[in-house]
Design a protein around this ligand. Sequence first.
Ligand code: B12
Length: 210
Amino acid sequence: MPEELSTALVELRRDKVAEAVKSRVEKGEDPVLILEECRQGMSIVGERFQKGEYFLAELLLSAEIFKGAVAILEPYLAKARTPKPLGKVVLATLKGDIHDLGKNIVATLLRVQGFEVYDLGVDVAPAVVVEKVKETKPEFVGFSALITSAYPSMKEAAEMLKEAGLRDQIKLMVGGGGTTPIVKEYIGADFQTTDAMDGVTYCLKVIGAK
Ligand code: B12
């Protein structure tokens, strides 16, 4: 039962989540769909936090449980990995934001599809992104954002890429729970999504692999 998994995550039942994920993926269910159910559970945790029903301790615990689920799924996702890189992607959660569960999923799914991913981590200064783009010459740069206070850092990074003459050489993506088309316009990105697979499909289309 799909709802059972997200409900177990919302109820912070670590063992039940791990057991459900393990047994379903071992039975041959698509790991990407299982991940999506866990993500839905995280959204409900966020709603409860917003309403004051959950506190930071619950947020932290839900994040740990989610990471455990990803760790179980990762070997199954990695099985499909192709040997020759299709292209390069620089990924980061920018200054002011420490959320990384979504970014880590995008990184995994891009690697599965054959992209070389340079994951700069969280709370990343815009200048660090520019340096990495200069060094690695990627086709794509992806920002992950969950918290509104990181939007100015993303805009700054986009402007710094422009000033360095690098903006036209890359496609800039922005993703994460709080992003919308308005955020895309604000930072001047080429693509926005709240679904990791949409981001992967976009990259594949741009490089002509889909
Ligand atoms: C887990 C969580 C945490 C964890 C983070 C753990 C971690 N390692 O990431 C912890 C407990 C640390 C945390 C801390 C805080 N949090 Co918090 N957190 C959440 C929560 C519940 C879930 C986020 C999440 O991981 N979702 C699951 C992932 C898988 O989903 P996702 O990120 O959307 O990613 C998917 C897609 O969007 C996409 N994607 C993501 N990135 C990218 C990038 C690209 C390029 C592409 C293509 C796709 C893509 O791929 C993923 C899979 O499809 C949200 C609630 C919510 N509704 O989102 C609040 C939430 C984001 N947090 C919030 C807040 C306020 C905080 C704190 C400030 C709390 C505090 N008082 O200290 C701090 C932030 C500190 C900081 N400076 O960043 C608010 C933000 C409000 C706002 N508008 O800014 C939210 C919305 C909760 C709420 N409703 O109030 N948090």
